[in-house]
Each structure stands twice: as structure tokens, then as C-alpha cells.
Design a protein around this ligand. Structure first.
Ligand code: CUA
Length: 164
């Protein structure tokens, strides 16, 4: 049977695409994947966070700023529709030190985006999002919830103040 040269060419090209698609699916299933959420902080029971029984959790403390030997730990609860701390009082951290954030939610999925930095994570109930950042300069960074979380979503914001 005679197959036209262009037909063969297109047949070959479509085969390459099919293989590439299957490869993409397999890579997505078994490959290293793309981290959408940093859940290295482990899990917590959302109801424990909602009730404020932080002593019952291994990997989440009462919200606030804690000095450690290595730097500073910051525990934040993101809830409808505030950051605690962050909204009613700013999170105060020193410049030039490693700040380790631990953020979780007792209710729905929120976002935690620090304006002017590359800090940007989802906050999922039951999981502790962890990330570290060192602020080289003093100043203020707004905290923005960038996941739709309900009627007050657009009002959910806070502030980080970097001091000497
Ligand atoms: Cu919290 Cu949007």
C-alpha cells in the first residue's frame, strides 16, 4: 500500500505527541511532582486549632513569635477572616535572621502571601505549612489571603513588620 510522504510525516508527528502525553502523565504520577503545598510541617487536628488547645498538638504552638537558638519561629493561625497574629497586631520579626513560619487553618483553605517577597503558600486545614525566610531589610510586608475563603475573603489581611 502506498502511503503519501506527508501522511507518514504527520503520522509520525502524532505518534511522538501521544508518547509525550503518556510520558507527561506517567511523570506526574510517579515523578518528583510539583509541590503546590509545603506540608512538611505535618498534620494537626483542625478542631484542636479551632478550640485553641495548642498544648495537644506536637507541631503547632500557641500563635505568636518565639525566639530560638537558630532564629525565630512564628506560629500563625489563618482563619475566617484574619491572621492570628498579623491582623489585629502585626507580626514583629528581626531583620537578618532566619524566620521559620508555621501556618495552619482551623476552618477552610486560605492563602498566605507576603507582599514584596516570594513567600506564597496555601494554608490547608489539618496541615501545617512551613517555610523560612530571612528579611535583609527592615520594613513592612502586607499579608494577603489569596485563596477565596468566603464572604470576608477580600478583607483578610495582615502585616509583618521587620525591625532592627
Ligand atoms: Cu482567607 Cu481568603
Amino acid at each position: 500500500m502506498h502511503v503519501h510522504r506527508f501522511e507518514r510525516l504527520w503520522f509520525g508527528a502524532s505518534l511522538v505527541l501521544i508518547v509525550a502525553f503518556i510520558g507527561t502523565i506517567i511523570y506526574g504520577a510517579v515523578g518528583p511532582g510539583i509541590a503546590m503545598v509545603d506540608d512538611s510541617g505535618g498534620t494537626v487536628e483542625p478542631s484542636v486549632i479551632a478550640d485553641g488547645n495548642y498544648e495537644q498538638t506536637d507541631n503547632f504552638r500557641e500563635p505568636g513569635v518565639y525566639d530560638t537558638e537558630d532564629g525565630v519561629d512564628v506560629y500563625v493561625v489563618a482563619r475566617q477572616y484574619l491572621f492570628q497574629p498579623g491582623t489585629s497586631e502585626p507580626i514583629r520579626v528581626p531583620a537578618g535572621e532566619e524566620i521559620s513560619f508555621h501556618v495552619t487553618s482551623p476552618d477552610v483553605t486560605h492563602g498566605f502571601n507576603l507582599a514584596g517577597t516570594n513567600v506564597n503558600t496555601m494554608v490547608i486545614p489539618g496541615q501545617v505549612a512551613e517555610f523560612s525566610v530571612t528579611f535583609e531589610e527592615t520594613g513592612e510586608h502586607g499579608i494577603v489571603c489569596h485563596e477565596y475563603c468566603g464572604s470576608g475573603h477580600h478583607t483578610m489581611e495582615g502585616k509583618v513588620v521587620v525591625v532592627e
